[in-house]
Design a protein around this ligand. Sequence first.
Ligand code: TYM
Length: 454
Amino acid sequence: MADEPGQPPALTTLSLAEQAPSSHAAEQRITPFDVSGGVDETGKLLPVDYNKLIQQFGATPISPTLLERFEKVTGKKPHRFLRRGIVFSHRDLEKILDRHEKGQPFYLYTGRGPSSGSLHVGHAIPFEFTKWLQDVFDVPLIIMLTDDEKYMHTPKLEISDSKRFTIENAKDIIGIGFDPAKTFIFSDFDYVSGAFYENICRMAKRITINSVRATFGFNDSNNVGEFHFCATQSATSFATSFPHIFGSDPLKTRSIPCLIPCAIDQDPYFRQCREHAEKMKYKKPSLIHSIFLPALQGPGSKMSASIDISAIFLTDTPNQIKNKINKYAFSGGQDTAEKQRELGGRTKDDVAFQYLTFFLEDDNELEQIRHAYEKGEMLTGELKGICIKYLQEYVAGFQERRKKVTEEMRREFMAVRGLTWGGNPNPVPTELVEKKGAQKEKEKCGKPTGELKN
Ligand code: TYM
């Protein structure tokens, strides 16, 4: 468990501070396009303040009580990300737990903006967590690849690049281990049409230029595609966008909500979506947010696919991982071995330790490492060695699975087809937990299992 339950691991600053744009103090800024913990008066980059962010965004921290309920309703010990405050905040997660308890349908929705040929280990965090949620809830999962978003947003990117990245990223995502029977992956360039496009237009009609400016910090220089895209990412939150999965009668499918696992940078899209969903007679999506896997340099920014030395990529070799950690991972240790033995290291500032909180499953081992490092019984080199071992293991395991992902498999995941899922095998009889009104809603939604045919 983290020292302070519900608290994300502390990030630190330092070497990237040299790249800070100016010495003027600046507030932290988190949008889908910009993650910065802010800058103090001396120009030093600050760590992201996640407590402040929850307040600014109006989200809710994941409390120990909610975790207990999660465990009770699903019968599963919470994932290490939940236990350690890495998945730290949510919107309406209780409503999803209620539905699971009663055996009512819902689905999972997450995504990736294909901006590079390979994912980094930071991108793997929400996907790993989503896979776990899919196993726990046994529900359909929809993965959106926003090739249009990246094309609009990246001046040098051609549509052909974007499409190539989409194919490679889809294979990486499949390599995480999703179940093809329950998972639909789509690219916007391919799938935008029909019922999905109708929902995009419904949403676009309600989102004003003013609200996009305020939410994303866009100005008159942003292109109209970037403004419009906000509606596209939202429209995947509605089951009516996927008649091949949920059935083609919107009166039946519109009350099926989704749960969106993502890092908190994506929340602004869904704040807009939630604002308008009920006016469109849809359910608001629920969200569950993670913190960012920090850059190797450890300041208030996330790993970035466009800064090679900030990230460990899922394509990196064991040697590249070793060299990057040894050379760039910011250390919370002391300057000399003597001092380290005397004073101990700061795990909250130490990138190698922070990475272990994400990738090392065993709570006891993590605690032993924390204790030894903080007491000066472990030196920085040893800690980095442990981090290298676990990261190499994680990336090698991924690469093994990725090698087996064929073009045929990718086409299967991306084919427009029905899905099969089980839902909660032992729902609590509805009459025990539900009042009459809610019962009616369940009947409207149809059965939770199999294809919802009309
Ligand atoms: P993208 O490609 O920027 O990021 C993909 C997913 O990875 C998360 N993420 C991280 N998580 C932890 N540590 C990091 N360092 C880190 N960097 C990125 C992101 O939050 C995201 O969950 N517009 C989206 C694509 C999208 C989407 C969605 C994402 C469409 N619909 C629904 C999540 C949920 C994008 O460009 O993601």
